[in-house]
Ligand binder design. Structure first.
Ligand SMILES: [Mn+2]
Length: 327
């Protein structure tokens, strides 16, 4: 349930705030955290932002990105811990430890699987992004919109909605966007940065993934795999694979897409996507992952050879079962 008033009370009672987001940070986690940083600074609070993992290069233009710290460097205590876009406490990785350095905890999130692990929780699974919820939070705090905050929130909202195309994109999304544009958001420039421009290694990796793509179930499921060698040969980083799974859904007739990649931590990282009415969050949670109805992920121990068939079998079963009633 949304609780902007509860979060506002917790923030107002705090002099110092520790803001954290999830591992493998995306536009929404970083955008909402850096927006909160500016909002809290504007209120005269002492604020520190922590992420366990590196911030992707495509977000390097956001105000405050150089001020983000690693959790292990912290030596201070805070009045309030504020988790953003993190469906479970463990999704924050090493940042979870910082909860012990804070008197109270609060969180704002939009994942339906969130158990409400903080003292004060504001959660709405229907919100298009955590960054969308920050607009309402600003209203509850009486905080003014600025161009810099607008850029942070745009990064979160535009990436979580697939550039305003996923079915989570609702009227509230555009109402918030109206406020951001009014505050001077450089929409054309940032759209180019976030959705069009790619580095050469990133484009090469995308080409490699599409080249290797194969189809199952008469083309209704697409499967892409990337090995550590693929990343090396393309000169690509892990973050360059982030959006590739979406291309798997772009074949006419494809209902579900999988991208499986070898990751630096030795695990196999799965990204799953589905077209309505099909869903993949249940497939992910059955195998120890989670996420949204049509965009979910899993990290699995093993090799591509041992894990891809397991995930594919779960997707196939789901596709066949749902197809009976809905196609
Ligand atoms: Mn999000």
């Amino acid at each position: 349930m949304r609780d902007p008033a509860g979060i506002a009370a917790a923030i107002q009672a705090a002099e110092s705030v520790c803001v954290c987001g999830h591992v493998n940070p995306d536009g929404d986690a970083v955008g909402s955290a850096l927006a909160m940083r500016l909002i809290l600074m504007g209120m005269g609070k002492k604020v520190r932002v922590f992420f366990q993992d590196k911030i992707p290069d495509y977000l390097s233009f956001l105000t405050g990105v150089d001020d983000i710290r690693k959790p292990e460097t912290n030596t201070e205590r805070y009045d309030l811990f504020l988790a953003l876009d993190s469906s479970e406490a463990i999704r924050m990785g090493a940042c979870v430890q910082l909860m012990k350095c804070c008197t109270r905890t609060a969180q704002i999130d939009h994942h339906g699987t969130n158990p409400g692990y903080a003292d004060v929780n504001s959660i709405d699974a229907d919100a298009s992004a955590t960054s969308t919820l920050i607009r309402e939070q600003m209203a509850a705090l009486g905080a003014p919109m600025t161009k810099e905050i607008a850029e942070c929130l745009y990064a979160g909202i535009s990436t979580d909605t697939g550039n305003f195309s996923f079915d989570c994109t609702d009227a509230e999304t555009f109402r918030v966007m109206g406020d951001l544009v009014e505050a001077g958001l450089p929409l054309t420039e940032l759209n180019m940065r976030l959705f069009r421009e790619k580095s050469m290694p990133q484009l090469k990796l995308l080409g490699r993934a599409i080249e290797k793509m194969h189809y199952e179930e008469n083309g209704r499921i697409s499967v892409m795999t990337l090995t550590e060698q693929d990343f090396r040969e393309c000169g690509a980083l892990a973050e360059h694979a982030d959006m590739i799974v979406n291309y798997g859904l772009e074949t006419i007739g494809t209902k579900m897409a999988m991208l499986a990649r070898e990751s630096d931590d030795g695990k196999i990282k799965f990204s799953l996507r589905a077209r309505a009415p099909w869903t993949v969050d249940d497939v992910a949670s059955r195998l120890g992952g989670g996420g949204h109805a049509r965009a979910a992920g899993i990290n699995m121990d093993g090799t591509l050879e041992s894990t891809v068939p397991l995930v594919l079998a779960a997707m196939t079963e789901k596709l066949r079962n749902e197809a009976e009633g809905q196609e």
